[in-house]
Design a protein around this ligand. Sequence first.
Ligand code: TRP
Ligand code: SF4
Length: 338
Amino acid sequence: MPAQPKESSLLPRERVFSGMRPTGRLHLGHLLGALPNWVKLQDDYDCFYCVADLHALTTRYDSVAGMKSDGIEMVADWIAAGIDPARSVIFRQSEVKEHSELALLLGMLVPVSWLTRTPSYKEMVTELGERVATFGFLGYPVLQTADIILYKAGRVPVGEDQLSHLELAREIVRRFNGLYGPVFPEPKALLTQTPRLLGLDGRKMSKSYGNTIDIAEDPESIRKKISSMFTDPARQRLKDPGHPDKCNVFSYHQFFDAPEAELDEIDSGCRTATIGCTECKGRLADRILARLGPIREKREALLLEPGRIEAILEDGRQRAQVVATEVLDEACKAIGIE
Ligand code: TRP
Ligand code: SF4
């Protein structure tokens, strides 16, 4: 039975909107970062969680193969991690055409200079070059603003990297409301406290660095990856004392909720060279596999039933569409193009 909202109230609940680009399977960083937040928000808000495939197109317009299955895999991860499709609206951005129309309308009033000064824009163009020097990519934050305000969402859970986009969204809303009347609320960021979980090699965790573990990864592969994690470089041999505070494996134990007593044991064992890295990593693998087990089962059950995720996305599309139609209509009326 789907869980009931904490308290039933006559007031409609505030809406939350967030999205992720379909890049395939999610990794441990998502499992400890965005997802638990999204799950919790379901208790207090009406949540709209969107597969941002149009946003994905801004950078993968030339490699579109597999985008649909990437979205399905991602939604399977969401649901397995606790997003409840009975309570939250899970849908594909491209299937609710109002996102595109509202983005176009907002584009009329957004100065290009607001977009070129966005830190992520400058960074990405430097990093990815001419490939992303497109009209669509420049408009990324405009589309993101349209996503949020199409549902009049008041709260947007985002990571730190998205804060400038949200500030821009608020500016766009103020400009729209100033020109046409108070149609949209200014969305507020709900800053997600993401744990500083580094990649397996100690660099920033990123799929493009190949230093991640997927939520759905098979156990053997997970063990292998953990066994080759970087540790304290001072510990070359078993008899060398180590520094857990400088070791990524130890941080992982902490992030995956090792009990205090075991952390103390590893800490002193490492410092006195009485526990080896191989054992320490073996325990970490057990810990992570135990955490992922139930999620993997739920995921497999979901994917086993053909069309199950598509049906969830279709249900979400319909529920999103109701709000999107109404709000876009109101925006068009305010502009005078209804
Ligand atoms: N840009 C976000 C990301 O890549 C995804 C996204 C699209 C989003 N639309 C959104 C996030 C609206 C928050 C709100 O992570
Ligand atoms: Fe790191 Fe554990 Fe090895 Fe110590 S024993 S260096 S904490 S892997």
